[in-house]
Design a protein around this ligand. Structure first.
Ligand code: SAM
Ligand code: SF4
Length: 459
C-alpha cells in the first residue's frame, strides 16, 4: 500500500452480508471427503468460502486422532484461531471429526474458545448447530444426532470436478488393538447398494471420471445389509464398473482379511478398477499381528499378495506399517523388513506406534523406547524408499495412462496427474485437468515419475 497506510478492510469483514467459512482438514481421505460435505453444507447455509483462516467468520477444523502429528498441528492451528477470535469477537470456531468425538467430554474444558463441536457422521446436522448463514450459533454445544447418517445426499463442494469420493460404509467392526476408529466412528454400517450406484451415476453425469469408494474397512461392505440386499464388495465393484462414464475406480481402505475370492475376481474382471491395492500390513511378525488383533498372520498375508498379483498383472501395492508396537523386538522388526523386501511395495505409509487413550494397546506392557522406535522407522523408511525408487525406475520407457490433475507442484511448465497404479507423474503436455492421456515415462524418483505426453513424442 502506498505510504504504508493501512488497507481499508472490505466492508463488514466480520459484518459482511455474506459470512465466510474456512475448513482445515487433518488426517485421512475419509476426513478429506467429510470436509467436502462440510463445505457443501456451509454453502447451503449461505456462507461463502474464505481464502484463508484470517478472512473467515466461521473456522472449521475437521480433526483426526490416528496419529500424534496432526494432533500437534491441530493444537497450533487452534492457538492461531484463538488469536483471530480475540481480534474479531464474532468469529465462530467449530471442531469436527475424530478428535472432537474422542474428546467430547473435555473439549470445551480444554478449549473454552471453541463454540461448536461435532463428531463424524453428524455432518448432516451441522446446520442445527451453526444456524442459517452462520448466525444463531448454539455455543459450547457438542452436536450429536439421534442417528449417524450417510452424508451421501448432502450438498458437496468437490475440490476437483472430475474426481469424486463415494462413502460406502461408516464405522468398523474390527478390534485392532492400536486403533481408535471403532470408538469414534462406531460399528460398521453399509450404505444401500442402490444409493451408492445412484450417487456414482449422478457423479458420472456431472463429469466425474474417477471415483474412490471409501470405508474404514471398505471391502467388508455389504455384510450387515438386510437379507434381501445382502451382497459383497465384489458385486459393488461390478455394479459401479458398469456405470457409463466412470473410467477409474479406486477404493480405500481394505482389510486383508476381507479380500475374499469374489472380490479378487471382480478386481481382475472390471476394466475401470485400477491396478492399485492398498494392503495394510501393520507388522511382518505373526506374533505382533496377533497382539494387534489383525486376524491374519504373515504367511496368510503373503499368500494373499500372490493371489492378487496372479489375478491382476502389473498390480501396484501400497501398505501401512506401524513400528514400535508394545513388545516389538528387534527380531519382530526384522520380520517386518523381510516382508517389505519380499512384497516390494510401490508405496507405504509408515507410522511410529503412538498410544491412543481408550485403545487396548494404550495400556499394554513393554513399550518400545522412543529412540528404538525412531531408529526402526528410519530403517524402514530407507528400505521402503529404495524399493519404491526401483519399482518406479522399472516404469521408465513405458507408456502410462494419466488422469491430469493440474499444474506440477514443482515446475509450473509441467502438468501433474496420476497413473492407474496411483503414482504421481509430472509431464510435458498440452492437455487439461480431467483429461485422460498417455504419457511416456522418462525418469523416476521414489515417489514420482516424469515424462512427456505420448502424442508429442510421436509427433
Ligand atoms: N481402516 C484403515 C485400515 O484398517 O487400514 C485405516 C486406519 S488408520 C486411519 C490408518 C493407519 O494408521 C492404520 O492402518 C495404521 O497403520 C495407522 N495407525 C492407526 N492407529 C495407530 C496408532 N495408535 N499408532 C500408530 N499408527 C496407527
Ligand atoms: Fe482401525 Fe483395524 Fe478398523 Fe482399520 S480395520 S479402522 S485399523 S480397527
Amino acid at each position: 500500500m502506498p505510504g504504508g497506510a493501512e488497507r481499508p478492510r472490505p466492508r463488514g469483514y466480520h459484518g459482511r452480508a455474506v459470512k465466510r467459512y474456512h475448513v482445515t482438514t487433518f488426517g485421512c481421505q475419509m476426513n478429506a471427503h467429510d470436509s467436502e460435505r462440510i463445505k457443501g453444507m456451509l454453502e447451503e447455509l449461505g456462507l461463502g468460502e474464505a481464502p484463508d483462516q484470517a478472512e473467515a467468520d466461521v473456522l472449521v477444523f475437521n480433526t483426526c486422532t490416528i496419529r500424534e502429528k496432526p494432533d500437534q498441528r491441530f493444537a497450533a492451528h487452534l492457538a492461531q484461531a484463538r488469536a483471530l477470535k480475540e481480534r474479531n469477537e464474532g468469529t465462530v470456531i467449530a471442531v469436527g471429526g475424530c478428535y472432537a468425538e474422542a474428546q467430547r467430554e473435555r473439549l470445551f474444558e480444554l478449549y473454552p474458545f471453541v463454540d461448536v463441536a461435532f463428531g463424524p457422521g453428524t455432518i448432516p446436522h451441522l446446520g442445527d448447530w451453526l444456524g442459517a448463514g452462520g448466525d444463531g450459533v448454539a455455543r459450547a454445544q457438542f452436536g450429536i444426532a439421534e442417528e449417524r447418517s450417510f452424508a451421501g445426499t448432502l450438498p458437496m463442494h468437490r475440490e476437483r470436478r472430475f474426481q469424486g469420493w463415494v462413502q460406502v460404509s461408516m464405522g468398523c467392526n474390527s478390534k485392532c488393538a492400536y486403533c481408535i476408529v471403532p470408538r469414534v466412528r462406531g460399528r460398521e454400517v453399509s450404505r444401500r447398494p442402490g444409493d451408492i450406484v445412484a450417487e456414482v451415476t449422478r457423479l458420472a453425469g456431472e463429469g466425474v471420471r474417477e471415483i474412490t469408494l471409501l470405508g474404514q474397512n471398505v471391502n467388508s461392505w455389504g455384510r450387515d445389509l438386510a437379507p434381501d440386499l445382502r451382497t459383497d464388495f465384489g458385486e459393488l465393484l461390478r455394479a459401479t464398473d458398469a456405470v457409463d462414464g466412470i473410467a477409474r475406480i479406486r477404493f480405500t481402505s481394505p482389510h486383508p482379511k476381507d479380500f475374499r475370492d469374489p472380490v479378487i475376481a471382480a478386481l481382475a474382471d472390471c476394466d475401470a478398477v485400477c491396478e492399485h491395492v492398498h494392503l495394510p500390513l501393520q507388522s511382518g511378525a505373526t506374533r505382533i499381528l496377533k497382539a494387534m488383533r489383525r486376524t491374519y498372520d504373515r504367511d496368510r498375508y503373503l499368500r494373499l499378495v500372490d493371489k492378487l498379483r496372479a489375478a491382476v498383472p502389473d498390480l501396484a501395492l501400497g501398505t501401512d506399517i506401524i513400528v514400535g508396537f508394545p513388545g516389538e523386538t528387534e527380531d519382530d522388526f526384522a520380520e517386518t523388513l523381510a516382508v517389505v523386501e519380499e512384497v516390494r511395495y510401490d508405496s507405504a505409509y509408515t507410522f511410529v506406534f503412538s498410544p491412543r487413550a481408550g485403545t487396548e494397546a494404550a495400556t499394554m506392557p513393554d513399550p518400545v523406547p522412543e529412540d528404538v522406535k525412531r531408529d526402526r522407522i528410519e530403517r524402514l523408511i530407507e528400505l521402503v524408499q529404495r524399493i519404491a525408487a526401483e519399482r518406479n525406475a522399472d516404469r521408465i520407457g513405458r507408456v502410462e495412462q494419466v488422469l491430469v490433475e493440474g499444474a506440477s507442484r514443482t515446475d509450473a511448465s509441467l502438468l501433474r496427474g496420476r497413473t492407474r497404479r496411483n503414482t504421481t507423474v509430472n509431464f510435458a503436455g498440452s492437455v487439461r485437468p480431467g483429461d485422460l492421456v498417455d504419457v511416456r515415462i522418462e525418469a523416476a524418483t521414489s515417489t514420482t515419475l516424469k515424462g512427456t505426453e505420448a502424442a508429442l513424442v510421436a509427433a
